[in-house]
Design a protein around this ligand. Structure first.
Ligand SMILES: [Zn+2]
Length: 321
């Protein structure tokens, strides 16, 4: 059996793991801060070092190469990261730099594509042919899997689900557009809606969770208060479900997937989010499409991107996973 090192490069942390080609084993799952402020050379060194440590933990295994998932936009054919505001990179030849550092072949794909491909390979969407996935955290990433492979579109941009317009005159998004899903349902957007509600007088225990410093309210705090039964926090979560439901209903009508998998911190809201989300999708989308689709939380928090980056390597080099 061959093994592949999967790298999940994020704005905050790098995660590495050594995965068997059939996905049944993972060894040496390790994480380190990205340290993007030190510049791209330092990040490449850290990726190479972490990959070496992961391979050492998988002692004696035959390593075929390394799959890298990175924030984009990027070009999977040239292996170049075109632009990442989080890391401050422009036209960074990440694939070839890591490949040279480890002296082994490498592949590069978008981090959200990798996370969703990982959930398809070994997680919540196992066995499905058509899968749509959302990764909800600081932003909203997405991945589209059609006929068991990542759909990347004409120039590797496909799957930017967070930047689907759900309100044509709505909230400003960091991408420059107005009314993107991300501007309503990302972690910071959920916190911002909660803070706005309290500032205009909503009756809520939320301020007590943060010593009355509203700037400390995060999406996590909102879920915590919702679980404790705070009616306003529950309303914020229900509104989140409505916004996500509008987006997911459109995706279900367009792609008719078997599974929509939702990953990231937002899954901490549990049934408080998923029950109204499924209801909203049912109200909006075509019935045969809704009936064919399961909306599920991700099953591989922390490692979906590592599995997926390894799976992308296998698919690109061997034509199968
Ligand atoms: Zn946007």
């Amino acid at each position: 059996m061959r093994y592949i090192v999967g790298i999940d490069l994020g704005g905050t942390n790098i995660v590495a793991g050594t995965v068997s080609e059939d996905g049944s084993e993972i060894h040496g799952v390790l994480s380190e801060p990205t340290g993007a402020e030190g510049g791209p050379d330092a990040v490449v060194d850290r990726i190479v070092g972490l990959a070496r440590k992961s391979m050492a933990a998988a002692r004696g295994k035959t390593i075929a190469g390394v799959g890298i998932g990175s924030p984009g936009p990027l070009d999977t054919k040239t292996g170049i990261v075109l632009l990442t505001p989080n890391l401050g990179w422009v036209n960074m030849p990440l694939r070839d730099r890591v490949s040279a550092g480890l002296d082994m072949p490498a592949t590069l794909d978008n981090d959200a594509n990798c996370a969703i491909f990982g959930e398809w390979w070994r997680g919540a969407a196992r066995g499905a042919q058509h899968v749509i996935g959302l990764t909800i955290g600081t932003g909203i990433g997405g991945g589209i899997i059609l006929n068991g492979d990542v759909y990347r579109g004409a120039s590797d941009i496909a799957g930017e689900i967070g930047h689907m317009t759900i309100d044509s005159t709505g909230r400003r998004c960091k991408c420059g557009n107005y009314g993107c899903l991300e501007a309503y349902a990302s972690g910071p957007a959920i916190a911002a809606r909660a803070i706005e509600g309290i500032e205009v007088g909503a009756d809520s225990a939320l301020p007590r969770y943060v010593d009355n410093d509203l700037s400390k309210i995060t999406a996590q705090v909102v879920y915590e208060a919702a679980h404790d039964g705070d009616e306003f926090a529950l309303e914020v979560v229900r509104d989140t479900a409505k916004f996500l439901g509008a987006g997911v209903a459109s995706l279900i009508n367009i792609f008719n997937p078997e599974v929509v998998v939702i990953c990231g911190g937002v899954t901490l809201a549990g049934d408080k989010l998923f029950v109204p989300l499924r209801g909203e999708v049912k109200r909006r989308a075509f019935k045969p499409a809704v009936d064919a689709c399961r909306i599920l939380p991700g099953e591989l928090p922390g490692t979906a991107g590592v599995y997926g980056a390894a799976a992308v390597f296998a698919k690109m080099n061997w034509g199968r996973v």
